[in-house]
Design a protein around this ligand. Structure first.
Ligand SMILES: Cc1cc2nc3c(=O)[nH]c(=O)nc-3n(C[C@H](O)[C@H](O)[C@H](O)COP(=O)(O)O)c2cc1C
Length: 382
């Protein structure tokens, strides 16, 4: 097994622990938390880990390849980087670090509308391979402008979101002043002073800002006005009326993220979407919801031949990717795993985390005697 990562951090848990020492508490809690009592956050990983796989040791081994085709593109692994908002708050310049690492490793990187790097910059760093996740703008003019920018930047895939009809109820963020409208307290400033490396990097790269939205924002908004601007600019609840014009406009692949039910999957198919990401936003929206592995199994079996079924939420290791793929996912995504990596290790974090996950997944495939990523299902213990 060729080890191509920093051997001090051989698991996502190690990266999480390191990240906690490197970044201010309010930023760590924003990244790490779920919503309400964190029930769904914890279930995502624990129920995924109930999936068990069976090896075939004596069958002839012809090699195991991580390469996976999705939407006509061959990626080097069956996992990608999920869209995360405000990434520069957790580690300065982190969306650029992750976009570059994803490009070098030939895996997908999805840029969030509300992160701290622009579509144009992400596209430049990935030679037009970055995907873009659109938070639904309230005004058609703004929607069209952002979609046109994503098309001009040659984004191959547009991801729209159905699981944010409301802001998740996140007690830590409310306590830390990161709910809408956000506010910076003396407590937060003291937390920043306790993390000098983070503070220096923030000085170097400047205060994180909503790079995609800058052209539309009035100059010099204070934090309270920013909250109001975000509230007025986006209307989270998606429906047929909002999806149809996007499908008409967008010539690339269109994916619906946040799907957890048969109803929403059937709507996605009817409205001509190309894929769904079965996701509960990493347990950040509906604490009383199911872990994603549960609907994944049903949705992949029932609709997998009509639409590409992908999955995220709770994936923290190579074996977890294998479990999700064996349960029917065509591809997987991770949010926190990569953000822990980059918050822990700065500019080396993207490369480290992808290398670690690739190494783990390769080992699982060889151990199972699984030749390709579309064969994981043969190893599922039902
Ligand atoms: C801090 C944070 C911010 C997020 N921001 C966004 C976002 O802006 N857009 C989006 O589609 N999903 C967002 N997500 C959800 C992720 O795309 C993804 O669904 C989730 O992280 C998957 O769960 P995991 O963190 O357990 O891998 C965010 C998740 C986290 C942890």
């Amino acid at each position: 097994m060729a080890i191509k990562f920093d051997t001090r951090y051989p698991s996502i848990d190690d990266l999480r622990a390191k990240a906690q020492t490197k970044i201010p508490r309010f930023a760590f809690e924003y990244l790490d938390g779920g919503c309400n009592e964190d029930v769904n956050l914890i279930r995502n990983t624990s129920e995924l880990r109930e999936v068990q796989l069976k090896p075939n040791y004596l069958r002839a081994h012809t090699g195991s390849s991580l390469k996976t085709k999705l939407f006509g593109v061959e990626y080097d692994a069956p996992f990608g980087i999920a869209p995360v908002g405000l990434q520069g708050l957790m580690w300065p310049n982190s969306p650029e670090i992750l976009a570059k690492a994803a490009f070098e490793h030939n895996i997908p990187f999805i840029l969030s509308t509300v992160t701290t790097t622009s579509i144009e910059r992400a596209s430049e760093l990935t030679e037009g391979k970055a995907w873009f996740q659109l938070y639904h703008p309230a005004e058609d003019r703004l929607r069209d402008d952002i979609i046109n920018r994503a098309a001009a930047a040659e984004c191959p895939v547009l991801v729209i979101l159905c699981d944010v009809p409301t802001f998740g109820f996140r007690p830590r963020d409310i306590r830390n002043g990161l709910a809408m409208p956000p506010k910076m307290s003396v407590k937060n400033i003291l937390q920043i002073l306790g993390k000098p490396h983070w503070a220096m990097q923030t000085l170097k790269y400047g205060q994180p800002n909503f790079a995609n939205l800058k052209p539309y924002m009035p100059k010099g908004l204070d934090l309270k006005q920013l909250g109001k601007f975000m509230d007025q600019t986006f209307s989270g609840r998606l429906n047929e009326e909002k999806i149809k014009p996007i499908r008409d406009m967008w010539k690339g692949k269109l994916v619906l993220k946040g799907v957890a039910s048969e109803y929403d999957t059937e709507e996605a198919i009817r409205l001509g979407l190309d894929g769904i990401i079965v996701s509960n936003h990493g347990g950040r929206q509906l604490d009383a919801g199911e872990s994603t592995i549960k609907p994944l199994t049903t949705l992949a079996e029932k609709y997998g031949d009509k639409i590409e079924v992908m999955m995220d939420s709770g994936v923290r290791s190579g074996p977890d990717v294998a479990r999700a793929m064996a349960s029917g996912a065509k591809f997987t995504f991770m949010g926190r795993s990569f953000m822990y990596g980059v918050s822990a290790l700065g500019k080396k974090g993207g490369n480290h985390t992808i290398s670690l996950l690739k190494t783990e997944l390769q080992q699982v495939m060889e151990q199972l005697n699984c030749a390709t990523t579309s064969n994981f299902g043969d190893h599922l213990i039902k």
